[in-house]
Design a protein around this ligand. Structure first.
Ligand code: ADP
Ligand code: MG
Length: 249
């Protein structure tokens, strides 16, 4: 893309977002450098999904700044904002595929939305679906897929868009333990191989220790701790970090 290519792909500064008069994000700042894999952890309800939705341009913060490739997302006119946000791919807790479109069309749509011309969008979609062992399912509808297959399509859709950064919001949380383990292993392989910039919300300490360049902990709408995963998991300085370390032990 044409934007400046500084060291940080994604930056949030002082993000505040209220729901029902309550601050769900209470001044969150973080940055993700190019090629970095940052893990985000914190108790359920602390604001992780809300933060990711602000970073993807899906909800507008009440205060603070989101910068993608150095550009201030919410200062842009709507059309420019959509273009920029399309370079931020997101994998949600559930696949969120379009029901009446095939697996191939769903995947190509992700790439086309990021500005990739249709013929190439289809090529990239077919390539990623085949790489994720979905080559036999190109013509299926989302309802004909298992939960694990649906999430793999969602991942193919994200990666086919050639994103600047991929946000992962607990993509294994609705899968049974064995499928979740398979998907985590796939994510680990992809993260190791692609070196794409990633921000991953997960509750898996083992995965975090293996793939994370940095671990950020949130509690009640704030970042409470950040550092190398091994250090944070072994010698936490926050209350949430201590709870997490006890669970991981
Ligand atoms: P997490 O992903 O860490 O579990 P969320 O960001 O989903 O946390 O939610 C944080 C808090 O914000 C929760 O109390 C949730 O109920 C509230 N919240 C999130 N989205 C909305 C919304 N659209 N309307 C009202 N409350 C919301
Ligand atoms: Mg969440």
């Amino acid at each position: 893309m044409a934007a400046a290519r500084g060291p940080f792909v994604l930056e949030a500064e002082g993000l505040v977002r209220h729901f029902g008069g309550r601050p769900v994000l209470d001044g969150v700042s973080l940055s993700v450098a190019r090629g970095e894999t940052v893990i985000l952890m914190g108790p359920s309800g602390c604001g992780k999904s809300t933060l990711l939705r602000c970073l993807k341009g899906l909800i507008q913060p009440d205060a603070g700044t989101v910068r993608i490739e150095g550009e201030d997302l919410w200062a842009l006119p709507e059309a420019r904002r959509r273009d920029l946000a399309a370079h931020v791919a997101m994998v949600f807790q559930r696949p969120q595929l379009v029901g009446h479109l095939s697996v191939l069309e769903n995947t190509a749509l992700g790439a086309a939305a990021a500005g990739i011309p249709w013929p190439e969008a289809y090529e990239r979609a077919a390539m990623w679906l085949s790489a994720l062992e979905l080559g036999r399912h190109l013509d299926r509808r989302p309802a004909e897929l298992s939960g694990g297959e649906g999430q793999r399509v969602a991942i193919a859709r994200a990666l086919a868009a050639d994103p600047s950064v991929v946000l992962w919001d607990e993509p294994t949380s609705h899968l049974d333990p064995m499928l979740a383990a398979d998907l985590l292993q796939l994510m680990e392989e992809l993260i190791g191989r692609l070196r794409t910039t990633m921000l991953v919300v997960t509750h898996q300490p083992g995965f975090t220790a293996r793939v994370g360049d940095r671990l950020i902990l949130m509690d009640r709408g704030q970042v409470v701790e950040s550092g190398p995963p091994a250090r944070v998991l072994a010698r936490p300085t926050s209350e949430v970090g201590r709870r997490l370390a006890r669970l991981a032990a």
